[in-house]
Ligand binder design. Structure first.
Ligand code: NAD
Ligand code: ZN
Ligand code: ZN
Length: 344
């Protein structure tokens, strides 16, 4: 089968021919219907050899959807031919966090060598993918896999970040979304769908800001040193009750800190490596700062239900598997509008 793999440090993704994998006991093989590209894939592929820990070759793709085409021994409750989305942050299934469905915060995954597909385990950017357990599949029903697949990360991650901020998202409040890319453009829609806040989008690209307004942002600001002042102007000097930073570099975190309201909430979702000094003299009184990771199993169901309700739509650019390298280049250069999706 064809697969998109990262095979050598510094060389970028390649389309290769590998064997079709066989599901072991308890595992499920999906024939992949769609796989999404995430900027985190570039984080991984940009790591120097001494920091790289995902194994080589690595089949990419941590946003996956497919139809069941083979069941390993002992798998029950999963329908052959059924269409599913893949819950990616695999955990042990047993620890306290996992027992609540919050496998993204599994306390034993590292120790047990459990890694998400595409981020250690073979990912979904291939004709077939092995899913380790039936609990990591969520039925798609009538949802179109190509339009939906990115909700498994670009939807789930902002949803999880936003849910944690919900007490701050009261009517009349303002939420800032920094980075209106794959995650950000869905985040804006989630904010509009589950709250009555005013949404201010911030990005360095005019095209992304146009998309942000198209999907529901009330205001769109080019990022720069004056962005926080503009946010304060738009909020009558108060600042924003919630700031979601989907970039996470030092300049955007500085903006977040300068733009947040007293008793507000900052969520650092982007893994740009910046730091946000938090303390009595560095953030306004009462501000909480969180760096969330992905989302829970029940939250993925809720995100898919938001899509079913017509409340959120991923703007997708669709590519064949042979064009995966081109799609990754576009993602790297910041010119993907919404999310790029591979259809094998
Ligand atoms: P993306 O490339 O689709 O979008 C990034 C957006 O940020 C683009 O619109 C870009 O124009 C904008 N941007 C970049 N630098 C900027 C700056 N200095 N100021 C303003 N805007 C800027 O990326 P994505 O796939 O949406 O991922 C966003 C971030 O979230 C990445 O860092 C990714 O690794 C991270 N991520 C984190 C989690 C998590 O669990 N915490 C999950 C998925 C992705
Ligand atoms: Zn991701
Ligand atoms: Zn666990």
């Amino acid at each position: 089968m064809k697969a998109v793999q990262y095979r050598e440090i510094g060389r970028g993704p390649e389309v290769v021919e590998i064997d079709v994998p066989e599901p072991g006991p308890g595992q499920i093989r999906l024939k992949v219907t769609a796989a999404g590209l995430c900027h985190s894939d570039w984080f991984v592929m940009d790591l120097p050899a001494e920091q790289y820990s995902y194994g080589l070759p690595l089949t990419l793709g941590h946003e996956g959807a497919g139809v069941v085409d083979k069941l390993g021994d002992g798998v029950t409750g999963i329908e052959m031919g059924g269409a599913y989305a893949v819950y990616g942050p695999w955990g042990c299934g047993q620890c306290r966090a996992c027992s609540e469905g919050r496998e993204n915060y599994c306390t034993r995954a590292a120790e047990l060598g459990i890694a998400p597909p595409g981020l250690g385990a073979p990912g979904a950017m291939a004709e077939y993918v092995i899913i380790d357990d039936a609990r990591h599949l969520v039925p798609l029903g009538e949802l179109d896999p190509v339009q939906t697949v990115s909700l498994t990360d670009a939807g789930l991650t902002p949803y999880h970040a936003i849910r944690a901020a919900q007490p701050k998202l009261f009517p009349g409040a303002t939420a800032v979304v920094i980075g209106a890319g794959g995650l950000g453009h869905v985040g804006i829609q989630i904010l509009r769908a589950i709250s009555a806040v005013t949404v201010i989008a911030v990005d360095q690209s005019e095209e992304k800001l146009a998309l942000a307004e198209e999907v529901g942002a009330h205001h769109a600001l080019l990022s720069g040193p004056e962005t926080a002042d503009r946010i304060r102007e738009l909020t009558g000097g108060l600042g924003a009750e919630a700031v979601f930073d989907f970039v996470g570099v030092q300049p955007t975190l500085d903006t977040a800190r300068a733009a947040v309201a007293v008793d507000g909430f900052i969520s650092i979702v982007g893994i740009g490596g910046g730091l946000l000094p938090t303390g009595f003299f560095s953030t306004p009184f009462g501000v909480s700062v969180r760096a969330p990771y992905w989302g829970s199993r029940s939250e993925l169901r809720e995100v898919l239900d938001l899509a079913r309700a017509g409340a959120i739509t991923v703007h997708t650019e669709v590519y064949g598997i042979d064009d995966a390298a081109t799609a990754y280049e576009k993602l790297h250069s910041g010119t993907v509008r919404g999310r790029a999706v591979i259809v094998p």
